[in-house]
Design a protein around this ligand. Structure first.
Ligand code: F0G
Length: 448
């Protein structure tokens, strides 16, 4: 599918971003030139996926499309049981409705915001056990998304087993910069979980990109196919939640998959209540077909190589200009180190958001803040939480933009970078939601 893109003037963008209350989620897509807000649901489906849509079986129960997806999940991921859901957070909702209670603790590696939201909404705690190295954007190590095993072990020993419904391993680690988790780390986390009798949940939104990094960076895996690596990864895992909008390259869809038949049955009620009957959940038959095809295509080496290399190429362009970002380049996005670009904007005025607005004003490029706005307030003290990093994420949709488009992005960012000393004023919040505020937050230019 090819879409027209539309250029705009700086004056127009100044008006639009003000009307959007300086929240890039509030912009009309027509007012965006190159849209790197997210890689979620924004990929281009293939000829095979479009063809499979036409063959969708829309039966309420037991549809052929359900069985096609079931077969793909069993074959490619190795899970016997699953429940379809309309997207990743819906899968989290189904799972956590069944297993998370107030006072519980779920250790993991930088839980994604909806995951953290679903945990905190239930009065439980998402305990971040990511390796400390992830917070040093200059450090070039191959598996910066890993869990720190000492931190995890300390958590598993500190809290009683019945208070830990699952350990959540996010692959790739989105929040830390699309950074992968090594097979070795997955294996050790899995062993630790087994020893403590705690299920291991993988948030697998970008599992295939993670497998690509294992193949290309981890000794002993270079001669395996992506599908073999994927199978090996999930052989170590009990539960998988999936936002299929990422690595299964569909515009909408997700699922939660289980090894345990008992847990699958326990979760069915929440799927029926919130999503739909257990053989379609939140999805239509045609969408389940496209998802099944996408799981197959998304785990092919040639596709993954062109995908991940395109992201790396954008990183290499930024290197030419000296723009700092989370190193090495991630699987789905470049995370610009905003705090090292805008050194004169105080963190209370939202550094990464300020950079996101500057880049939009410069060239109509839309990225997203991964900083203090996203980090929300502490659920107990209600103080702003200031994360270790203020990042501007430039997420690359799958099979959509050319390298030329990304050159425009790189040069636009260079222009902002070159005038960084003159950018001193950030933004203040005028309105916010109590949880996951970044989607709907309203801002104004900070008063001085
Ligand atoms: N887990 C991870 C690691 C994610 O990145 C996302 C979504 C979800 C879960 C939730 O899935 O959106 O289908 O409900 N990430 C998108 C992003 C929104 O832009 O990174 P969802």
């Amino acid at each position: 599918m090819v879409e027209a893109i539309r250029k705009s003037t700086r004056e127009e963008r100044e008006r639009w971003i003000k009307e959007a209350k300086y929240n890039l989620f509030n912009l009309k897509s027509d007012h965006v030139f190159i849209d790197l807000l997210t890689d979620s649901g924004t990929g281009a489906m293939s000829d095979r996926q479009w063809a499979s849509l036409v063959l969708g079986d829309e039966s309420y129960a037991g549809a052929r499309s359900y069985h096609a997806l079931r077969e793909a999940i069993r074959e490619i991921l190795g899970f016997e049981h699953f429940l379809p859901a309309h997207q990743g957070r819906a899968a989290e909702n189904v799972l956590y409705s069944a297993i998370v209670r107030a006072g519980d603790v779920l250790p993991g590696n930088s839980h994604f915001d909806t995951t953290k939201g679903h945990i905190e909404f239930r009065g439980a705690t998402a305990l971040d056990c990511t390796i400390d190295e992830a917070a040093d954007t200059r450090l070039e190590i191959p598996f910066k998304g890993n869990i720190d095993l000492d931190k995890l072990e300390a958590a598993l020993e500190r809290y009683p087993r019945e208070k830990i419904p699952a350990v959540v391993l996010t692959v790739t680690n989105n929040t830390a910069g699309g950074q992968p988790v090594s097979m070795e780390n997955i294996r050790q986390v899995s062993a630790l979980c087994r020893r403590h009798g705690i299920p291991l949940q993988v948030d697998g939104a970008r599992f295939a990109e993670n497998a690509y990094f294992i193949k290309t960076r981890e000794k002993g895996h270079e001669n395996k196919t992506i599908k073999e690596i994927v199978k090996e990864m999930f052989s170590l895992v009990d539960i998988m939640t999936m936002s299929a909008k990422k690595d299964a390259i569909v515009n909408m869809g997700g699922f939660v998959a289980f090894k345990s038949e008992e847990l699958w049955k326990k979760c069915q009620m929440y799927c029926i209540m919130n999503e739909g009957f257990i053989t379609y959940g939140g999805m239509s038959g045609r969408d389940m077909n496209a998802l099944a095809t996408g799981l197959d295509e998304g785990t092919e080496l040639d596709y993954l190589e062109s995908r991940v290399r395109q992201v790396a190429r954008l990183g290499a362009r930024l290197d030419e200009f000296g723009v700092p970002y989370q190193r090495p380049a991630g699987g789905h996005a470049i995370f610009v180190d905003a705090a090292r670009v805008l050194e004169h904007v105080p963190r209370e005025e939202f550094i990464a958001q300020t950079l996101a607005i500057e880049l939009y004003l410069e060239a109509g490029v839309r990225g997203v803040e991964i900083g203090a706005i996203l980090a929300d307030r502490d659920p107990v003290t209600r103080d702003n939480r200031y994360p270790a990093l203020e990042l501007l994420r430039l997420a690359i949709p799958r099979r959509v933009y050319t390298d030329n488009h990304l050159d425009v992005v790189a040069v636009a960012l260079k222009n902002v970078f070159d005038r960084r000393e003159s950018i001193t004023r950030g933004y203040t919040i005028t309105r916010e939601a109590p949880i996951m505020r970044h989607f709907t937050v309203e801002l104004d230019v900070a008063a001085r």
